[in-house]
Write a protein that binds this ligand. Structure first.
Ligand code: UD1
Length: 417
């Protein structure tokens, strides 16, 4: 077990280069299974979750090679396995996408019910409903999802909720179904669009990704390709909050500005100075942080993956903020850890009432899930004294070189194993 020792308060200054998007990379890596031959992916972050996913692909017969630190080469054989290793799948939520990919490519899939961060109940009913409508037979036995199909056909599918995972799973499977699939109330997240662009570069015919209606015309074969993953909007948002919470100023490079609109708007409300430039986005912390209300929603609403970082920021605001979590019910548990640092947070159902305090004090705290871990790092940077963030492995799952990037911005942080 590792921990991060932070000596605060810090003032982050300088520039930081954002890595490829975790959630886009995970989906694209799974989708690469659809195309026999070689796929080369660029801008792939070598983070814990990506390494687990490549290990899973390795067990399915894919040759995995990193020719560069963020370039991944996957050589997909004609015959791939259909049984995903229990011990790895249970560690990673995104492994549920193997279902759609293996059904499309092999016609049969067996995966254990996926794990991932404990941020809510995270059911898979929408994935299963959609795949069943495409003609797949799916059953859950002893913690395993067993799925098969003899013939997969296009269908009109309406999602009760615009789930990112269900949209991606159904889109992957429908790519090789016979006829047209129309997916309504689909998720509009940039990672969904990136997956669609990747699949199209393999020969798929997908239109409408990024809107709530996605049309997929099935094709018989897909081929290996070369593709570059989009930058991680959540990593970018995390560093932007880093500038705001420490009263520093950071140039955040390698970003797509439109993906950051909801985060930019909220940070501006807190008083942060933000300038969109050709080389990235410049953020300077406000003189004092204004309290604001935050409601998480599917894209283009405020992302649930940035809610924890905002809670850390607002714990130092002047006034009281209300944070409403509409996507994952357990994500407000961060309040308990922040209180150890002196924050005043009260959670009632899906809402956290955050009463700003003048300062946070260093304390020993634990990263409960990926984003709350990142939020505790931000709080530790702003807090006075020494903070110890335990379970750093949780943060390593989704952030590439977090401590090295923070050190280059002037923070006094070190990892202890
Ligand atoms: C993905 C992201 C995660 C992000 C989330 C929302 C990955 C690997 N993870 O997670 O970082 O926080 O999108 O932007 O890409 N739901 C159901 N039934 C289902 C599926 C989902 O009820 O079959 C519910 C979930 O419990 C949750 C909501 O829908 O309340 C959103 O989940 P979803 O969009 O599916 O998130 P993930 O794909 O798991």
């Amino acid at each position: 077990m590792s921990k991060l020792i932070i000596k605060g308060p810090a003032r982050l200054e300088g520039k930081v280069k954002i890595s490829g998007a975790k959630n886009a990379a995970l989906a694209v890596i799974v989708a690469a299974l659809l195309g026999e031959g070689e796929t080369v992916l660029e801008n792939v972050p070598q983070i814990g979750d990506v390494l687990i996913m490549t290990e899973i692909l390795d067990t399915l017969g894919v040759k995995v090679h990193w020719p560069g630190s963020d370039t991944l080469r996957l050589t997909v054989p004609e015959g791939i396995g259909h049984l995903a290793d229990y011990n790895m799948v249970k560690r990673l939520r995104a492994s549920n996408l193997l279902l759609g990919a293996l059904l499309a490519r092999k016609g049969i899939a067996e995966i254990s019910l996926p794990g991932g961060c404990q941020i809510g109940s995270r059911p898979m009913d929408l994935h299963i409903k959609g795949l069943t409508q495409l003609g797949c037979r799916i059953s859950i036995e002893h913690g395993f999802i067993k799925a098969s199909r003899s013939h997969m056909h296009g269908a009109r599918i309406y999602l009760d909720f615009p789930s990112v995972g269900a949209t991606e799973n159904i889109m992957i499977a429908a790519t090789m179904a016979e006829g047209q699939t129309v997916l309504e109330n689909a998720a509009k997240e940039p990672e969904v669009v990136d997956l669609a662009s990747f699949l199209n570069s393999m020969g798929a015919r997908i239109r409408g990704a990024g809107t709530d209606v996605i049309k997929i015309d099935g094709v018989k074969h897909l081929y290996g390709t070369r593709y570059s993953i989009i930058p991680d909007r959540i990593e970018a948002g995390t560093f932007m909050v880093g500038a705001a919470i420490t009263g520093g100023s950071i140039m955040v490079e390698n970003v797509i500005l439109t993906h950051l609109k909801p985060i930019i708007a909220k940070l501006k409300e807190t008083g942060a100075y933000i300038e969109e430039t050709d080389s990235g986005i410049f953020v300077a912390g406000p003189e004092f942080i204004r309290s604001v209300d935050v409601k998480t929603l599917p894209y283009p609403g405020f992302p649930t993956d940035m809610q924890s970082q905002m809670m850390a920021l607002l714990s130092l605001a002047r006034g009281t903020s209300l944070i409403t979590e509409n996507v994952f019910e357990n994500r407000l548990q961060l309040g308990i850890e922040l209180k150890r640092m002196g924050a005043k947070v009260k959670v009632e159902g899906r809402t956290a009432i955050v009463q700003g305090v003048e300062k946070l004090c260093g304390a020993s705290v634990k990263a409960l899930d990926l984003r709350s871990g990142a939020a505790l790092v931000l709080a530790g940077l702003a807090a006075v004294g020494i903070s110890e963030i335990q379970q750093l492995e949780v943060i390593d799952r989704g952030y590439r070189h977090m401590e090295a990037k923070l050190r280059s911005l002037g923070a006094d942080v070190r990892r202890v194993n």
